[in-house]
Design a protein around this ligand. Structure first.
Ligand code: AHM
Ligand code: MG
Length: 330
């Protein structure tokens, strides 16, 4: 009988090897417990009639689904119970939520259910999160942290039961849910940091928006599109998941040429703290890169507000650098 290594066993040994605290372990235990509940509710969501709209909008003016609300309540509950979190920023909460002001050690930024348009079809969505540590040396300043200060970021792909975790200066690991709802790391796990073969690279963006992109981006697409396969699921969590294995580039550029100017999104669509930073941090640990519309590293953007948006180009370094050169030329 072959028994795989569980996620908690992996983390315990990782923390001990690097002489790190168990607090982080407790936090991740809360995060993975929340992910399993989201998984369960998502799998049976159509039967519970929670895959539909909740009847209100969030702080960003988007229609909230009952499932969004359920997922957020689950995550917040387990984060609060963990006692490890000083403050949490959620896509579904208007303001950062203070959970354990005195005893908490971590900041967490999360999107409990990324890829809303997939929900009513039961297609893949993601619970995405990023973790930064409080200032242990001096008084806590409560500032939103830059991506370069993150200690970890991860994506639970739901309902597929796959969990990708990047740990600072350590690498990227992938876990799968087994028969007992335990995340395990298969013995023959694929290495996500290996250089990918350019013949497998894929491009991923919403092709319906292509005429609305800035000139350099359209130029890049025209020159590169024929060379690669094209895949788009409409969920960053799912699309980025593919790229981690195959390589290539996911992009959600700024929308600047929409025929209806009110539909322009000069700052992009995706949120910096709990979408772009999560992908950018994982990409960095896997050897890739991520930039915004000005060619600035996503991880170097100093956040000014919890729900700030950014354009995003993330994936294999040669493609991202190529795009950076074009964006910087203008
Ligand atoms: P959400 O957080 O409301 O689900 O929106 C974010 C999602 C990303 O997962 C995805 O990459 C993008 O929005 C898809 O947008 P579009 O439907 O415009 O292609
Ligand atoms: Mg989202």
């Amino acid at each position: 009988m072959k028994l795989e290594q569980s996620f908690m066993d992996f983390m315990l040994h990782h923390q001990e090897r690097h002489r790190r605290s168990y607090n982080f372990l407790v936090l991740l235990e809360a995060v993975q417990t929340a992910a399993k509940y989201i998984q369960y509710f998502y799998q049976t969501g159509s039967l519970k009639n929670i895959m539909c709209e909740a009847g209100f909008t969030n702080v960003q003016g988007e229609n909230v689904l009952k499932m969004d609300d359920t997922a957020d309540a689950i995550v917040m509950h387990y984060l609060r119970r963990s006692n490890q979190v000083i403050c949490a920023v959620s896509e579904e909460e208007p303001d950062p939520v203070v959970l354990n002001e005195d005893g908490g050690r971590y900041f967490i930024y999360y999107d409990p259910l990324d890829g809303s348009s997939n929900v009513k079809h039961n297609l893949p969505v993601g619970f995405m999160f990023a973790v930064a540590k409080r200032n242990l040396e001096g008084p806590e300043d409560h500032h939103l942290r830059k991506g370069s200060e993150l200690r970890a970021a991860g994506i639970f792909l739901i309902p597929n039961g796959v969990f990708t975790l990047a740990l600072a200066e350590t690498g990227v690991y992938r876990f799968h849910l087994d028969e007992t709802m335990t995340y395990v790391i298969p013995e023959n796990a694929e290495r996500l940091t290996k250089p990918q073969d350019p013949k497998d690279w894929e491009l991923s963006f919403n092709a319906a928006n292509r005429t609305t992109f800035a000139g350099p981006v359209r130029e890049w697409i025209a020159g590169n599109e024929p060379k690669y396969a094209f895949r788009y699921m409409g969920s960053l969590a799912g699309d980025f998941h593919r790229l981690l294995s195959n390589g290539g580039m996911f992009m959600y550029p700024a929308i600047v040429n929409h025929p209806r100017p009110e539909k322009n999104r000069p700052k992009g669509k995706l949120r910096l703290l709990y979408e772009a930073n999560v992908a950018a941090f994982i990409a960095r640990e896997a050897g890739g890169a991520a930039i915004d519309e000005n060619g600035v590293d996503i991880l170097e953007i100093a956040p000014e507000s919890p729900h700030q948006r950014t354009a995003l180009y993330v994936g294999s370094r040669p493609l991202v650098e190529d795009m950076r050169a074009l964006l910087r030329r203008t």
